[in-house]
Ligand binder design. Structure first.
Ligand SMILES: NC(=O)c1ccc[n+]([C@@H]2O[C@H](COP(=O)([O-])OP(=O)(O)OC[C@H]3O[C@@H](n4cnc5c(N)ncnc54)[C@H](OP(=O)(O)O)[C@@H]3O)[C@@H](O)[C@H]2O)c1
Length: 198
């Protein structure tokens, strides 16, 4: 398969790229690659696909959200979280469907905060929850055999900077999280949200 991975230089993306790169041709993209892509821009996403052409699977390992105490989260913070994590990945699907071969798949990234809150994580929880509601809905209407799933992992062992914000959560190795992306890409499921927890 020819697989586009957006966000492949990140903590999650690196592991996903290594795992899928074992058996497939991986095309890596982010704001700092060539060709580059910025998921907050329709034009940028279209330009990327015009350069790389048709693919068999599209994976997003992106999503930046502000972490702040609830009382400090302004409307603009929620908007930023929504624009980047939610609309960025939805944009990749909306535009990417024209460049995804029949029977191809989308795999998006959410996270455990959709179901287990932490202090300062309300905007992240909102974004993850929105995507986790959207993915099963989108799956019912995608055509040409396209599938869509999301991976919703807990904090990674390889992200120690976050561990103090996740008291009592058991971090998982990135390789375990990457296996969930492989299940989505190489399997048959659609409309699923794969939880990965310690
Ligand atoms: N780290 C964890 O423990 C963990 C656990 C569960 C879920 N998650 C989720 O996984 C996702 C990725 O997290 P991470 O920790 O791997 O983040 P990260 O290390 O900061 O990596 C983010 C990746 O996305 C790219 N990117 C950022 N904004 C982009 C944009 N607008 N357009 C295109 N690419 C963009 C970055 O590259 P450029 O800067 O070059 O664009 C980078 O490759 C997030 O949604 C996060 O909530 C993370």
């Amino acid at each position: 398969m020819k697989i586009l991975i957006v966000g492949s230089s990140g903590t999650v993306g690196k592991a996903v790229s290594s795992r899928l790169g074992l058996d497939h041709t991986v095309l890596e993209a982010s704001r700092r690659t060539y060709p580059s892509v910025d998921l907050t821009s329709d034009d940028s996403v279209r330009e990327l696909f015009e350069v790389i052409g048709q693919v068999d699977a599209i994976v997003a390992c992106t999503g930046t959200v502000p972490f702040k105490p609830l009382r400090d989260l302004a409307g603009s913070d929620y908007q930023d979280a929504f624009n980047d994590k939610v609309l960025g990945q939805i944009r990749l699907v909306n535009i990417g469907r024209d460049y995804l071969n029949d029977g191809g798949s989308f795999t998006l990234t959410t996270g455990i905060l959709a179901r287990e809150p932490i202090l300062t994580g309300a905007a992240a929880s909102m974004a993850n929850g929105a995507l986790e509601s959207w993915v099963p809905a989108a799956a019912t209407e995608l055509d040409r055999g396209h599938r869509i799933n999301a991976v919703s992992a807990t904090v990674l062992a390889e992200a120690p900077g976050y561990h103090a914000f996740f008291p009592g959560f058991v971090p998982v190795p990135a390789a375990r999280v990457a296996a969930a992306y492989a299940k989505s890409v190489e399997g048959t499921h659609t409309g699923k949200v794969y939880g990965v927890e310690g």
